[in-house]
Write a protein that binds this ligand. Structure first.
Ligand code: HEM
Length: 477
């Protein structure tokens, strides 16, 4: 049995509280509680209260008949959660979406990188390839993203002029799609039918088991049956997927040629590239950016004034939006980390115990058996009140200064600590630095153009929605 040596090593060993209920019925009950009777936050809160523990047993959706085994051990605090980052202790094979694994027909017959465990040789090949592609494209990140943002703000201003408000998610989707297509293919799609809606349809069919559409109550059972009981068929999106694949195959030649060096065929590389662009990249940004704008918008004018001051002063002194300028913007950086902390875009992580082990919460130690599925609901770990003061509050300055920076190791959005880096041995997101960079540039462009803004926030399946209600143009730059 392995056990981590830490300040928590002396804690008493306790049995893991909770139960799975009756076979089949227990899983259905938990699924209905999770989606309809309680909602995800209350689902976890009520169980933490009932069991007086942040580590407990529960079923996780979707369950029957989508997942062969819905039983998990939930880890919901900042201390126990990182066991999921330790690939010597947990197996990450086919758990990217949770307890179910979408058909490989969605990805051209290949198990793409996100589903591979680091012990599989193909993980090393594909992750090295991915890191190499991103490193080669590094110099394009800022100029390309700024061009995409200019287009976004033109569209948003048009919409504001016409309608008096602008629903931002649609524009963010278009902009994120344009960014990744251009990044890998060096141009816009020639076929104008290739756009974010194709990715949305493809993502929906794969992620439906984790979604609720927020329909009226009387439709809950119907929705539960359609979305959560059987996998939705891939043929519904086959021709759309092929169209995107062909476009990538035709235009991302130099990126695909590079794959040979890593022993990867051009076809496998291209299916992985579509997944990087469409699922990891587009899927990630379409969730992160509305949340970021929402929290910054709701934080109000005082934070906006401070960001304006920092951003415009540094950009002026540095003569532009450069990596070195971005690095000096301590408040902007902190605001991005705070958004990733308070609303992590990918809230669930899974890993199967590779051996018997002991996991600690703040208060106790628990024995987990080989083969058990460990599940982390990240918003609870990154809002752990024993690590973060006022954890439910968006505090823009939270990560500023020496004390603030010490908290970065508790920011987990990338499936690793913010102080760690993605490698071929771990499952940390290889887009980590890119994502943080883009989020900073988004704030910089926003506050170079505008002094302040107001928003209306809402919910969409798997994230937040945000609408600009007002935008006040910059009085001075
Ligand atoms: C806001 C945007 C993003 C978020 C929130 C995000 C989050 C994550 C998370 C949580 C994981 C680990 C999942 C797990 O195994 O449990 C992951 C893995 C991964 N991400 Fe990201 N990601 C984002 C953007 C990107 C981008 C831009 C890329 C590349 C272009 C990327 C590529 C990947 C890949 C390839 C993996 C699998 C890593 C491995 O197998 O070792 N992600 N990401």
């Amino acid at each position: 049995m392995s056990s981590s040596s830490s300040p928590y090593s002396d804690l008493p060993l306790k049995p893991i509280p909770g139960d799975y209920g009756l076979p089949f019925f227990g899983a259905i009950k938990d699924r209905l509680d999770y989606f309809y009777n309680q909602g995800e936050d209350e689902f976890f809160h009520s169980r933490v209260t009932k069991h007086k523990s942040t580590v407990f047993k529960t079923n996780m959706p979707p369950g029957p008949f989508m997942a062969s085994n819905p039983r998990v051990i939930a880890v919901l605090d900042a201390v126990s959660f990182p066991v999921l980052f330790d690939t010597s202790k947990v197996e990450k094979r086919n758990v990217f979406d949770g307890t179910f694994f979408p058909s490989v027909k969605f990805t051209g017959g290949y198990r793409v990188l996100s589903y591979l465990d680091p012990s599989e040789p193909n993980h090393t090949a594909l992750k090295s390839y991915c890191l190499s592609v991103l490193a080669k494209k590094h110099d394009n990140f800022i100029p390309l993203f700024r061009t995409c943002l200019s287009e976004l703000f033109i569209d948003v201003e048009d919409e504001m002029a016409n309608k008096g408000s602008a629903y931002l998610n649609t524009f963010i989707n278009q902009m994120s799609f344009n960014f990744f297509f251009n990044l890998f293919c060096d141009k816009k799609p020639v076929d104008s039918t290739i756009g974010p809606k194709l990715f949305d349809k493809w993502l929906f069919l794969q992620l439906a088991p984790l979604m609720t559409l927020g329909l009226p109550k009387f439709l809950n059972f119907l929705e539960d049956f359609v979305l959560h009981t059987f996998p939705l068929p891939s043929f519904l999106v086959k021709s759309d997927y092929n169209k995107v694949y062909e476009a990538f195959y035709s235009f991302s030649g130099s990126v695909l040629d590079e794959a040979k060096r890593f022993g990867i065929s051009k076809e496998e590389a291209c299916h992985n590239l579509v997944f990087l662009a469409g699922f990891n990249g587009y899927g990630g940004l379409k969730t992160l950016f509305p949340a970021l704008i929402k929290w910054v918008g709701l934080a109000g004018e005082q934070l906006h004034r401070q960001l304006v001051e920092e951003i415009r002063t540094v950009v002026k002194a540095e003569g532009g939006v450069t990596l070195s300028a971005l690095d000096q913007m301590v408040l902007t950086k902190s605001v991005v980390y705070e958004a990733l902390r308070i609303e992590p875009p990918v809230p669930y992580q899974y890993g199967k115990a590779k051996a018997d082990m002991v996991v600690h919460s703040h208060d106790a130690a628990f024995e987990i058996k080989k083969g058990d599925m460990i599940f982390g609901y990240q918003p609870f770990a990154t809002k752990d009140p024993r690590v973060f003061d006022s954890p439910e509050e968006f505090v823009g300055q939270r990560f500023v200064g020496d004390q603030g920076e010490k908290l970065l190791k508790y920011v987990y959005w990338s499936n690793g600590r913010e102080t760690d880096d993605p490698t071929v041995e771990n499952k940390q997101c290889p887009g980590k630095n890119l994502v943080v960079l883009l989020a900073r540039v988004l704030l910089v462009e926003l506050f170079l153009r505008y002094d302040t803004f107001t928003v209306e926030a809402g919910k969409v399946p798997l994230g937040s929605s945000v609408t600009f209600k007002s935008l006040t143009k910059a009085a001075s730059t």
